[in-house]
Write a protein that binds this ligand. Structure first.
Ligand code: G4P
Length: 528
């Protein structure tokens, strides 16, 4: 197969949802279709169980699993499909945001009974801002849930999307009879048998034929006809270009647990979802078809084996071929690096690969060279954009609890920050270290990992910060900025790159500060 065919057959995507909507179940069923796993239950549940937030073993177990399930690759109808795992737990939302910089499209799973939930809103907003093509899968149709129209309405309102159903449910919950597939123009009847497969779909060339009445009963057939007419009247026709541009979102209905509607989703997905897309860098847009390799680090994972302190850096290949034992430029360090054992990931194993293509993810063993967002190229000096740090929501001072181990503590904090576990700030006033995180759980993870991986001990002290904002001055020399630095000296810090950050202790004080210093811009992400 030639290079272009390899690119065109790749689909790299993420599944996002609020916890419990069915992401893991859907992932597993997709893998079953791809023959990547043999039985249900093979994909370990990658979520922090309720009530287990202070159970360190649980966190460790999760970290182990999340390496294994970071990328799940499988073949389906001559497509190479890479699913990038996104943690559902809200304390790890930043991890998910970063993973979204490496996907070419997304499937959003929504629970038919619960509708649009908080995490879904946040994640979809990020996808929308980046024009990532999204397909919506409404799950658990075997249960009583919201009316299909109400749900579509809710999705449009709350997620700010323009939807068009490509399948439509016939009944729901107890009365769930199946789905009409608008995309393939056939009916798929629900028997509640998870082993159902493709042969069970019945082609319906004409919705008005009596065949439909025979299949699902006269009443259901009439209701379906009426509803589909409404659907046609209300929702725009599916348009592949609009979907790929991120302006139109097709919707599918089904039940992942019963493996119902999943094959239809997957068959449509491979046809319409984009193959690897061009990506913007600081100098130019890079096309996947370019001959020279480029890629970027979107995730770093500390190795599970405490005896070998190496880490795995996950690289998304943007263009060209990535080859084993070939020197590539680490642009930030201006160093050439060679990799003798790049890993590719499959559902149940990882393997050393010689060649990888755009869209693929390779795991590189790293002894501390990489930071999230780093770019690798064949020599060109460019940097991929789009991995911002978000304004953390929790803040604590970090103190050294074992003065004999201060070097280890420094190193541990440094490496954990490179991995993107949390953000480190230094107060301007007294140089004290402050750790900012998206979720409270991270503090326990940091403390535990510092002790077990670096032999260092730390304690925390509370710090009252409402929000941290990156500060940008119109002119650093002007009177207003100097005044701001003087008056707010107690509330200023620097992040790891030396950028100035303002710690607002309440939303009121943030507002007042913004009003008082109009020539200063306060950013809520580090990328501006
Ligand atoms: P998540 O990864 O999005 O957090 O969700 P997950 O797939 O773990 O699913 C959450 C729960 O919803 C699971 O039940 C799962 O079996 C159930 N579920 C998923 N899809 C469907 C569906 O189509 N219909 C129905 N009725 N249930 C579905 P659980 O009891 O929390 O876990 P488990 O003990 O079954 O693993």
């Amino acid at each position: 197969m030639n290079f272009l065919d390899e690119i065109n057959r790749r689909r790299t995507f993420g599944i996002v949802s609020h916890p419990d909507a069915g992401k893991t179940t859907l992932t597993e069923k997709l893998l079953l279709f791809g023959g990547a796993i043999q039985e249900a239950g093979a994909v370990k549940n990658n979520k922090i169980k309720k009530g287990a937030t202070s159970d360190f073993m649980e966190i460790e177990r999760q970290r182990g699993i999340s390496v294994a399930t970071s990328v799940l690759a499988f073949e389906y109808k001559n497509n190479k499909i890479n699913i990038l795992d996104t943690p559902g737990h809200k304390d790890f939302a930043e991890d998910t945001f970063r993973t979204l910089t490496a996907v070419d499209s997304v499937i959003v799973v929504i629970d038919v009974a619960k509708g649009v939930e908080e995490q879904t809103e946040k994640l979809v907003e990020v996808c929308r801002m980046r024009n990532i093509p999204m397909i919506v899968f409404i799950n658990k149709l075997d249960r009583e849930g919201k009316d299909a129209f109400d749900l579509l309405d809710e999705i449009e309102q709350k997620l700010n999307l323009t939807v068009t159903p490509l399948s439509y449910p016939i009944g729901m919950g107890y009365d769930f009879k199946g789905i009409y597939n608008v995309w393939e123009k056939n009916v798929n009847l629900f028997t509640g048998d998870p082993r159902k497969d493709i042969e069970d779909t019945i082609e319906i060339s004409d919705l008005n034929s009596s065949e439909l009445d025979d299949l699902i009963g006269e009443n259901s057939a009439d209701t379906l006809r009426e509803e589909l007419e409404l659907v046609q009247g209300v929702y725009p026709e599916f348009d592949e270009k609009a979907y790929q541009a991120g302006t139109l979102q097709p919707v599918f209905f089904g039940s992942a647990l019963n493996n119902f509607g999943v094959r239809e989703l997957l068959d449509c997905f491979i046809k319409i979802a984009p193959s690897p897309r061009p990506k913007e860098s600081d100098t130019r847009e890079v096309d996947p078809k370019e001959k020279d390799f480029t890629g970027f680090v979107f995730k770093i994972h500390a190795n599970m084996d405490p005896k070998h302190r190496d880490r795995l850096a996950f690289i998304k290949i943007v263009s060209g071929k990535f080859e084993r034992n070939t020197p590539y430029l680490h642009v930030r360090n201006k160093k050439k690096l060679k990799f003798s054992s790049p890993n590719a990931f499959f559902a149940e194993r990882k393997e050393i690969v010689d060649i990888s293509y755009p869209g693929d993810i390779v795991g590189l063993h790293d002894t501390g060279n990489f930071k999230i967002g780093d770019t690798l190229t064949e020599g060109e000096e460019l940097n991929y954009r789009g991995i911002p740090s978000f304004s953390p929501e929790h803040f604590r001072y970090i103190n050294n609890a074992d003065p004999m181990k201060s070097k280890q503590l420094e190193k541990g904090i440094d490496q954990l920050m490179d991995e993107g576990v949390a953000q480190l700030f230094r107060l301007e006033l007294n140089n004290r270290k402050v750790i900012g995180t998206v979720g409270a759980l991270q503090y326990e993870v940091i403390q535990y990992r510092l002790e077990h991986e670096y032999g260092a001990k730390c304690t925390y002290e509370p710090l009252n910060v409402h929000k941290a904002c990156w500060v940008e001055a119109e002119d650093e020399k002007n009177e207003e900025f100097q005044d701001f630095k003087r008056v707010k000296a107690k509330f200023l810090a620097k992040d790891k790159r030396g950028q100035l950050v303002f710690f607002a202790d309440s939303s009121f004080s943030l507002q007042m500060t913004q009003q008082k210093y109009p020539s200063i811009t306060f950013h809520f992400t580090s990328e501006f």
